[in-house]
Design a protein around this ligand. Sequence first.
Ligand code: S3P
Length: 182
Amino acid sequence: MDGEPLRENLVLIGFMGSGKSTVGRILHQTLGWPLVDMDGLIERRAGMGIPAIFAVEGEDGFRRRESELLASLEADGLSRRIIATGGGVILNPENRARLRRLGYVVWLRAPARTILARTSRSHDRPLLQAEKPLERIQAMLAERMPLYQETAHLEIETSDLSANEIATGILESARYDFGGRV
Ligand code: S3P
């Protein structure tokens, strides 16, 4: 998937609870670039929250909305945005190629237990409403890890880092890739 010209967007990928939204907000404040929160946009356009979309349209309906939104982010040709994705966006091969064309893709990694601790109190992630959430997270991570890896230009293990440290690391690497224009 190399060889594409890199658009100057910063794209955050990673499992639920890996810190994409928090790090996205810091990057937005630091760079002054708009923050595109894909889940938030999908909810606004659908006029309902993610659990309701899953309940009414199933996961397929949600994935269709997610892929359509990503296609429109590529088609609008804009640069200099922070794009925070939902954790499952990488399941679709066309999405993976699009993400890389959209900009510099950063994978925020976190181990299953950290993800469980960060997500256990929220009820807005239908895919984690399981009887054994740790096992569910482990199984989903095993399926998705290679997909995050093949999509990312940069991966960051987040467990021992603060959100500010992660954002600083991303900016240093992106500066290099964007030829100092960030
Ligand atoms: C999903 C992750 C969620 C949201 C939806 C599905 C996934 O986003 O898009 O619940 O399949 O991993 P976050 O990663 O922002 O929680």
